[in-house]
Design a protein around this ligand. Structure first.
Ligand code: MG
Length: 393
């Protein structure tokens, strides 16, 4: 078995939306394909993945640095002992040759897109959904009851945009979502609290069904002001309160904010997570870890993060990865994590799930499609076709 081609396509995100700090209008994502000489139903088996959402495409790093290393490796050195599956740990070692420790940055997303494509590939070689491949590899037995899911949105729209936050959340409710997340920190406190109240109205006044996300915007005094205003609402969680690497601020907030704090989506390595565990004041049984495999070297590094959490007394149910898309749905399902984000209305063509994914009573189930099932998502059909054939039609 050998790789015949590896392709990358930079795909722009659709939608002119912004969080407290960043406009997504210019964001791109790397869609990658690993093509092999193996055939299923007469067609070459091809692994597909992408580097999650919220950063940028990594075609430059892939072409200049990572793909040449993979192409130079002896084909057999990339396979497991049986020679019938790719060894994702061996592939990561090849990709990371001559890379110094630390300074993760964009390379963590470049490597992640590739590593995840090999998980898709291995699942397709086995003819099974990726969650089954993942569960077996990591020795986990999923319960088969779907995973908890919430709809993330509630962004700041440009002036003149029709509709309201409440309309947006009601639309998610109509699709079957029962819990929501919205952005804060892009407007003054009083205005944000009015937005939170209107969102809570859609959630039936139940704070456990609404999370807020400040996207790392607040300094300590502002964070404390918001914490005082939000605490009585008993929200689902208060996300990325300050700079993602300001563990002292996180610890100070954990000491005074009684509700759950969520963070971790901008940590890109297990070492970063070690530091959050040592210095961030995260509380076992309460707070939420949101590291995202697609932004942090893929599933191998993510599994090391989970091990670090568990060794420090946290439960894997406290992990809910950032990134509401099919790849993370399979990872959450396969590893038995606490829940899944969904982007039903934003970040197309990658956000949200395939139409066949069942959504019921606040839980979501992947389909039985082989791999991550990206081919089942209608919005991805054109980018996948362009990636594989070069056709822009
Ligand atoms: Mg966030």
């Amino acid at each position: 078995m050998r790789i015949t081609d590896i392709r990358e396509l930079s795909v722009p995100l659709q939608g002119n939306i912004a969080n407290a700090l960043v406009s997504f209008a210019e964001h791109t994502v790397s869609l990658v394909a690993v093509c092999t000489d193996q055939l299923r139903d007469g067609r070459p088996v091809t692994g597909l993945a992408f580097n999650s959402i919220g950063r940028f495409a990594q075609g430059g790093l892939l072409r200049e640095r990572f793909l040449p290393r993979l192409h130079a490796a002896p084909p057999d050195s990339l396979l497991d002992a049986g020679g019938t599956r790719f060894d994702t740990a061996a592939i990561t070692r090849v990709l990371m040759r001559n890379e110094k420790p630390g300074g993760h940055g964009d390379r963590a997303a470049a490597v992640a897109a590739l590593e995840l494509a090999f998980w898709d590939l291995n699942a397709k070689l086995a003819g099974e959904p990726a969650w089954q491949t993942i569960a077996r590899h990591f020795g986990h037995t999923p319960q088969g009851q779907g995973v908890p899911v919430y709809a993330a949105g509630g962004y700041y729209y440009p002036p003149g945009h029709a509709g309201s936050l409440a309309d947006e959340l009601r639309a998610y409710q109509d699709q079957g979502y029962t819990a929501f997340k919205m952005k804060i920190g892009g407007a003054p406190l009083a205005q944000d609290m009015a937005r939170v109240e209107s969102a809570l109205g859609v959630a039936g006044g139940d704070g456990s069904r609404l999370a807020v996300d400040a996207n790392g915007r607040f300094d300590l005094p502002t964070a404390l002001d918001y914490a005082r205003a939000l605490a009585p609402l008993r929200l689902r969680w208060f996300e990325e309160i300050g700079d993602p690497l300001d563990y002292a601020l996180n610890a100070q907030m954990a000491a005074v904010y009684p509700g759950a704090i969520a963070t971790g989506e901008n940590l890109f390595s297990a070492r970063d997570v070690d530091n959050l565990l040592r210095h961030g004041g995260m509380r076992p049984g309460r707070d939420v870890f949101q590291m995202d495999p697609g932004l942090s070297y893929g599933l191998g590094e993510y599994a090391r993060m989970l091990s670090a959490m568990e060794a420090a007394g946290f439960a894997r149910q406290q992990a809910q990865p950032h990134g509401g898309h099919l790849i993370n749905l399979h990872i959450v399902t396969g590893l038995g994590l606490g829940g899944c984000e969904a982007y039903p209305g934003v970040f197309q063509p990658f956000g949200g799930y395939a139409p066949g994914c069942r959504l019921q009573a606040g839980r979501v189930w992947p389909t039985d499609a082989p791999g991550f099932g990206l081919e089942e998502k209608p919005e991805l059909a054109q980018p996948i076709r362009q990636l594989l054939t070069g056709s822009t039609a």
